[in-house]
Structures are given as C-alpha cells and as structure tokens.
Design a protein around this ligand. Structure first.
Ligand code: FPP
Length: 237
C-alpha cells in the first residue's frame, strides 16, 4: 500500500463503474470480450486490494439494466464470467474473508447463473472483513421504482421519509458509497446508485478498466482523502 494512504481516513464504501474493457481490447486488435476476460481479473484484484487496505464495502457495476441491448456473444461471455469464474473464485473470497452480495434483479439471468450466484452468496455469507457488492442487472431507477412498489404494496398510506425509503432499496444494509470511480474517461453515471450517491465523491479517470492496478487504487483513495466533505454544512473556522 502507498505510504501516503492515510489509514485513519479509509473510505468505508468504494464503488467502481468498470468501463473501457471493449476499447482496451480494440486498441490491442482484439475482440471486446477479450477485454471483459481481462477486466474480470482486474475486478478480482480490485476487490482483494480494497479489502487489504481496509475498505469495508466494494461495489462493482458489472451489468446494468441497459446492458441487455449488447450483442448476444458479448452477453454470453459476461454471463459466463459472472456464473463460472465467480463460482470458481468462491474459494478465493472465502480465503480473503470477503462476503459476496448482489444488487439488482438477478431473476432475469439464466437459471444456472442465478443458482451459481446464490451459491457464492450463501457460501460467503459469514465473512466479515469486506463485502463485495456485485451490481448485476442493476439500475438506479429500477432500484427506486422497486422500492416505491414495495412501499405501495405494504401500506400505501404510510408517510415516507428519506430514512424509511432507504430501507426499501435493494441492499439497505450497505452504507452509501463514499467514493465512486469511473474508468475510461467517460464522465457520466449511467444509471448507477442514483439515490445512494447523494453525497458521494466522484473520480473519473482516463485508465481503461483492464489497466486498473493496486497503485491506481491507492491513488484514488489518496485523492478521496484530500477532498473536503461538508455534507451541506460549513467548515469550522
Ligand atoms: C456503465 O456503463 C458500465 C457498466 C454497467 C459496466 C459494464 C461492464 C461490463 C458489461 C463488463 C462486465 C465485465 C465483467 C468482467 C463482469 P454502460 O456501458 O452501461 O453505460 P454507457 O452506455 O452510458 O457508457
């Protein structure tokens, strides 16, 4: 870990919008899915490294509610990475004391993929060092609409507060992200954690996701630690 990382000010929750796999592959004369395979390995590195530096929650935006529009061959590779590689990596999560949870409507995925995902979640549920929140078939708008429908179904006349509303979101027990990092130079949110990001810090970095490494993660954490978070208040003189 970079010595400049302040152990006392580690973000609790870091979220990555892992973008740029396809462009990284194209630059190397390869097909997009080559980038996803490489990107998967970098995702595992990022989770392990974040856990090692003391981050308690790592969210990865791996598949959005809009990504269904991609070519079937690309979907097949992404699904096989999430279904097979992640299932094989369950041992790795256990070894590093990492709990896996999913965020999003996974019931739209093929049944075998759902089964394997649920198996990894089940096998890692007692781990405590760090939580890996896999955002799959996730959309910020879907998260909010799903919460609204749950509230209506339960008791439409109950007054709703910000606090009670948060309790109906997909993963209400996770703290909101302190830092959201998007790779590949794009500066947009693409329907990620719209409610939860109200006071997140953002970093948009040029690096394509498959070039992500431990040093860059440390640099992101150091940049976060230099930010002054005021949460709407004013600083003490
Ligand atoms: C958001 O941008 C980025 C994501 C939802 C991540 C997409 C990444 C993959 C599909 C690869 C998954 C790879 C592994 C290793 C599981 P967007 O491209 O959905 O949105 P945009 O069109 O606004 O850029």
């Amino acid at each position: 870990m970079n010595k400049k990382v302040n152990r006392e000010k580690i973000p609790k929750h870091i979220a990555f919008i892992m973008d740029g796999n396809g462009r990284w592959a194209k630059k190397r004369g390869q097909i997009r899915t080559f980038g996803h395979r490489f990107g998967y390995k970098r995702m595992m590195m990022a989770i392990r490294h974040c856990a090692d530096i003391g981050i308690k929650v790592v969210s990865i935006y791996a598949f959005s509610t809009e990504n269904w529009n991609r070519p079937q061959e690309e979907l097949d590779v992404i699904f096989s990475l999430i279904r097979d590689n992640m299932h094989t990596d369950a041992e790795e999560f256990i070894k590093h004391d990492i709990k896996v949870v999913t965020m999003g409507d996974i019931t739209r995925f093929p049944q075998d993929m759902q089964d394997k995902l649920r198996d990894v979640v089940e096998r890692t549920k007692h781990n405590t060092r760090c939580t890996f929140n896999l955002c799959a078939n996730y959309g910020g708008r879907a998260d909010i609409i799903n919460a609204v429908n749950k509230i209506i179904a339960k008791n439409p006349s109950e007054p709703v507060t910000e606090q009670t509303f948060s309790g109906y979101l997909y993963n209400p027990d996770l703290p909101p992200p302190d830092l959201i990092v998007r790779t590949s130079g794009e500066q947009r949110i693409s329907n990620f954690m719209l409610w939860q990001m109200a006071y997140s810090e953002f970093l948009f970095i040029k690096t394509f996701w498959p070039d992500m490494n431990e040093k860059l993660i440390d640099k992101c954490v150091i940049a976060f630690q230099k930010r002054k978070r005021r949460f709407g208040k004013i600083e003490k003189e």
